[in-house]
Design a protein around this ligand. Sequence first.
Ligand SMILES: Cc1cc2nc3c(=O)[nH]c(=O)nc-3n(C[C@H](O)[C@H](O)[C@H](O)COP(=O)(O)OP(=O)(O)OC[C@H]3O[C@@H](n4cnc5c(N)ncnc54)[C@H](O)[C@@H]3O)c2cc1C
Length: 358
Amino acid sequence: MAGLTCAQVLQQAGYEVVVLEKSRGVGGRLATRRSHGTRIDHGTCYLSPKAELFQNFITDLVQLGLVHVWTNCVHTLFPDGSLQPSSEQIPRYVAADGMSAIAKVLTPGLDIRFNQRVVGLATTSSQTWQLTVDDTTPDNTATASNLLEAQAVVVTVPAPQALDLLAPLEGTALSEQFIRQLQTVEFAPCIAVMAGYPADCLQKWQAAYADVKAIGSQQHPLAWIGLDSSKRRSASQPVFVIQSTADFAQPLLNATDLIPVGRSLLQAAADLLAPWLATPDWLQVHRWRYAFASSPLREKYLTANSLTPLVCAGDWCGGIRAESAMLSGLEAASYLNQKLKNQAIAPTQFWHAIASLK
Ligand SMILES: Cc1cc2nc3c(=O)[nH]c(=O)nc-3n(C[C@H](O)[C@H](O)[C@H](O)COP(=O)(O)OP(=O)(O)OC[C@H]3O[C@@H](n4cnc5c(N)ncnc54)[C@H](O)[C@@H]3O)c2cc1C
């Protein structure tokens, strides 16, 4: 979200922009998996805009028919298995085609190079950045890395991953202070399990929990239980996404087999809500090593103030959610434009740039 937003605004301001993405699709943690004839959001579950600019973006997507209100209510799960609806009624927006469709809106016209993992950065004698990029295509046999040259770089990966990339430049191209700031940002992990059930389980769920689609929890190991299939237009079977707490995920970051881990999360949900949740038709498990920023920065971007411009952006700059990622991407674009052309992009220009993508 941060990278695509920043890239769009800069491209529309006249820069030649290349997006390097290590995976084979866009969205990052706005993630959707296609499986068992449906789409499943195993990352961001919903968006609930706060800033006007983000609300405008979502409103436009609603008008396009891409996004709709999923629910106004997230229930809270208690230790005895009881549920309490939230007192605040706030619209939670989702995309019927999966949350990654929201990121796709930001891609038109961009030069996005998939399966390209940036593994190193260095400055050149002509004050440009040289990026070392590995091809991550699964069947790729080439061993050599590609080199790319850029006048400026925007790094929009979670802070610990940015640190891996940038720490080797401490004291040379990047200041100690910049690296220290990056080190203050911590991320919490999460394990997400996706599970599909026989069609008749939907009636069982609705009989017990009418209108309950979204459950927030502080009951270890459960952080979130969502009836993901209720986001889709015509789901053939109920699909749940269950997210773990960070405490549960932390010791399992290097586990080789995640299926038993997924089963234990389903069992925990079954113990509190409905026994059949423990026995799905199928399940898949995803490990998010860097799910949420647990100590984000206040600033909307982090600049190295280096001779050759480099700026970091992402949800961890000014927040912890997809909305903050977008706002951070916008601010980073403005900073870079000011640095390169000595002229800021006004907020209205940001908005026109994003709105013109419709
Ligand atoms: C399980 C889960 C549930 C969530 N629920 C919500 C929610 O309900 N609402 C909400 O608003 N937010 C939620 N979030 C948070 C939200 O997903 C993030 O805040 C937002 O997507 C972050 O966007 P970003 O652009 O900063 O980073 P990311 O989405 O992490 O994007 C970084 C991108 O960089 C790529 N990348 C990483 N390293 C490299 C490299 N070396 N070279 C090239 N590419 C690289 C990645 O593949 C990725 O595409 C959730 C997150 C998780 C994990």
